[in-house]
Structures are given as C-alpha cells and as structure tokens.
Design a protein around this ligand. Structure first.
Ligand code: GDP
Ligand code: MG
Length: 448
C-alpha cells in the first residue's frame, strides 16, 4: 500500500526520536520536539487551533507535573504525545467489526462513492457475508457499468436498472431481487450529483425516510484536508445513523487534516480508502492508525506496563510514607517494581521504531548499583531496614564487610534512600496520593 502520510509519519517519528536521544529531558528539549510536531501536523493540514491545543495539553501533562527529570519522564512524554495524537485523530472506541444490513452511501460528486460501495462489498464478502450492491445513480451514464464491474471484482451480486430514472424504485426492487438471490447485506450507491452539501443532505433525508437504511455513510474525499469538517458537521446534523468513509488517503498529504477535522465533529470514521482497487479498504481505528503513522510498535504494551507499575499501596503504607516512615524495605519494593519493567534498555526497545540505546555505561552502572544494593540490604538487620537513621559509622563498616562491599557503597545507598524518601514525600503530598497510587516514577533515577 502506498502510504502518502509517510511525510507526516516520518516527521513525527523524528520528533520523538529527538526525545529519545537525550538521557534526561528538560523543558527546552520537550518544547523543541513539540515545535517539530506542530510543524508536521500543520503541514498535514491539521487545524492550527487543534495543533496548539494539543501541544498545550502535552506541556501541561509533562512539564507541570513534578516528575523526576529522568528516563521515566521520557517514556511518559512519548506516551502522552501518543495518546494526544490518538485523541486528535479519533474517538476512544473499541475496535468492533463494522456491521449493517442496508447501507446507504452519499457524498459529493467524485468523492469516491461508487468505488467505496464496491470496497464495502469486498469488506463484507471477506467476512463471510453475502453483499448485494445496488446502483441508484440514474444520472451519470457510466455509473451502472462502473459499479457492475467493481462489484464483480469484489465478488458481490449487483443490481441496476438502466431503463428507470426512479432511484427509489430501483432500490426497492433491488433489495427484493438481491434478497431472493441470497444477499444479506445491501449497499446502495447514490448519484450525489451535487456540488453543494445542502442539497445533498436534503436528498439524503428523503431517501432515508423511504428506504430506511440502518446505516448511512458519507463518503468524503480526504484530499480536501481540514475542509472535511464542514461536510462531516452538516452530515451529523442530518442523520443519527451516520458513519464516514474517508477516501483517497493514499493520494494526499492532507490526510491528517481530514481525519482530525472529522474527529473534531465527533463523527465516526468507519473506513478509510487507500487506493483504487476494491481491496484498498481499511476499517479505521485511531489507535492503530497512530501507531503505524509514528512507526511505533507496541506503545500500548509500554503504557500498560507503566500502569501496572503504579502500584496501589495499602492505606497503612500510604500513611506510613506520608508520616515520613519510608523504609529501606519500601525502597527495595520500588526498585523491584522498577525491575519488573525489565532492564532499562528494554523500555526503549518497547518502541521498536527506534534503534537508540542508552549509553552502555549509564545502563550498566544503574544495574550494577541495584544489584549491589540488594546484597547490601540483605546484610542489614531488620531494625536497620525499618529505621535506617540508626545506621552509624560502625554499622556501615559492619554492613560493608558482611556484604563484601565498601563503606562508600553503603553510603551511596543510604544517600539514594534519603533522596527517594524526600521525593516520595513531596509527591505523596501532591495529587497522586489521592488516587491511591504510588507512582513508580517517584524513583529519582537521575541519581542512580
Ligand atoms: N487513489 C484513490 N482513488 C480513489 C479512492 N477512492 C476512489 N478513488 C478514485 O476517485 C475517482 C472517483 O471515484 P468514484 O467512486 O467514481 O466517485 P463517485 O463519483 O463519488 O462515485 C475514481 O477515479 C476512483 O478510482 C481511493 O481511496 N484512493
Ligand atoms: Mg459514482
């Protein structure tokens, strides 16, 4: 498949790569990446207002929250951008197969109705249904032949009547006849001889009243970019049964604009057309669309992992931590939770579009430290783990000796523990606590 949104995808991908290039993110880097993203979206004809509000939201989420400026902010930032792009391009809907009994296609002249009717037939056919296609375009001389041929290619039955100019009558007869031939889903291609939306929709309403389709589908040419907003908006006003078929996404750089414009009206994009062949049809899903657009792999898997790591501590634990009693036990738990994410490199590998890996020394250092600390903690007494403040010079010597490490190693751990404690208390006092979650991001990784 030719993917003309390549340009947009590549630019977005580059912007995200930029974020991955730095071990720690700061405001300047994030702003820079957001500028790149803005530019890419505007070039794809996405409405400037939508673009700016998207980057504002990202900024609010990733800059105004006091996350430690470490690797996890990077993952969090990428995840946020990903989620915002999904919201920009569609609704949060579960991906269900599209279904229907009588589907009426409407749309302006040349938008791709006839082609899309055959594509829909192909879609149903490949799902084991028996589609029948009806030609209700009595205006364009070539319409009958065009649809008949495309229907054949799709393996669907076809009905048309060249001797009649009465579209309604043709549809009624068509449904009756195709039913007898065994069709169980009917796709109606209409004339759409208008160039103005107003007339188009009044004609549609008339058809809807008489034919009673269970789905109406507006076919929109995506090469018009954000102007798709007007059509989708007017269509929504005229029907409750409406879905959108966005065509010619293979042939435009403005696809991002068309998709986001339709999404902004809250109309549902059911399908996209990605070529002239009957098989060039895809059910639309914002999430998989964005994943592919960005060239990201399983971003969702990464998000889920982060979610899992946001451990839900018991009430006692929350109270204990707020009152300042964050123990070395708790630190151990946090580190283990972090570890469940896998080695740090793995986090980046969750985004297979990116070949970037952390500088070896940093990653190794982190892992070596954590391994060492585990051993050190095993050499501590219970009293020391619960109340590390009692660990004085002589205890440090004993612990270092017992764990085969140096006093300096033990002091590093204790320093890290104190920093974490401070940071966690700060975060717990803020909002995350209200949700009863202890964010794993509270580990001050930058000082590891
Ligand atoms: N590249 C591309 N061309 C398409 C797509 N959908 C329709 N077309 C082309 O757009 C033109 C008009 O399509 P048609 O179905 O006749 O539009 P109608 O007047 O609304 O029935 C034809 O040349 C189609 O081949 C698509 O998804 N991609
Ligand atoms: Mg047509």
């Amino acid at each position: 498949m030719v993917w003309m949104l390549d340009a947009l995808g590549k630019q977005l991908n580059l912007a995200i790569r930029k974020l991955l290039k730095y071990p720690t993110l700061n405001e300047r880097i994030i702003n820079e990446a957001l500028k790149d993203i803005q530019r890419a979206l505007i070039q794809a004809d996405v409405d400037v207002n939508l673009v700016f509000s998207l980057s504002e939201r990202v900024k609010n989420k990733v800059l105004n929250r006091k996350l430690p400026p470490a690797l996890n902010r990077r993952v969090y930032t990428i995840a946020t951008i990903y989620q915002e792009l999904i919201d920009l391009l569609g609704k949060k809907e579960e991906r269900k197969p599209f279904d229907g009994k009588i589907i009426l296609l409407v749309g302006l002249q040349g938008s791709g109705k006839t082609t899309s009717a055959a594509k829909l037939a192909y879609y149903f056919k490949s799902r084991g249904r028996k589609p029948g296609v009806i030609c209700a375009d009595t205006y364009r001389p070539g319409a009958f032949e065009q649809l008949k041929q495309l229907s054949e290619e799709a393996g669907a039955d076809f009905y048309g009547d060249l001797s009649s100019k009465n579209a309604l009558k043709i549809v009624k007869n068509g449904i009756k006849e195709l039913k007898q031939q065994g069709s169980n889903v009917f796709i109606i291609d209409t004339a759409g001889r208008h160039r103005k939306e107003k007339k188009l929709f009044s004609e549609m309403q008339e058809m809807v009243e008489k034919i009673k389709p269970d789905k109406t589908m507006l076919v929109v040419d995506s090469t018009i970019g954000q102007q798709a907003y007007k059509q989708a908006e007017a269509f929504k006003k005229h029907t409750d049964l409406g879905y959108i078929f966005l065509t010619k996404l293979d042939g435009t750089a403005k696809g991002g604009g068309a998709i986001s414009a339709v999404a902004a009206t809250n109309a549902t994009i059911a399908f996209i057309g990605t070529g002239e062949k009957v098989s060039d049809i895809e059910q639309f899903n914002a999430e998989s669309f964005v994943s592919r657009l960005l060239g990201l792999g399983d971003v969702k898997g990464l998000l889920r992992k982060i979610e899992e790591l946001e451990e839900k501590p018991s009430k006692e634990k929350i109270e204990r931590i707020i009152s300042g009693k964050f123990t070395l036990y708790d630190l151990m738990e946090q580190i283990n939770a972090m570890y469940r994410l896998g080695p740090f490199k793995k986090i980046v590998e969750y985004l297979p579009g990116f070949k970037y890996s952390l500088p070896g020394s940093t990653e190794k250092q982190i892992q070596a430290n954590i391994e060492k600390w585990k051993i050190i903690m095993q050499s501590m007494t219970k009293a020391e783990l619960i109340n590390p403040d009692i660990i004085d010079k002589s205890r440090i010597r004993r612990i270092a000796f017992g764990s085969g490490t140096t006093p300096k190693d033990v002091r590093t751990l204790l320093k890290y523990y104190k920093e974490t404690k401070k940071m966690i208390r700060k975060i717990m006092k803020q909002k995350s606590l209200k949700k009863g979650k202890l964010p794993f991001t509270s580990l001050p990784l930058q000082s590891l």
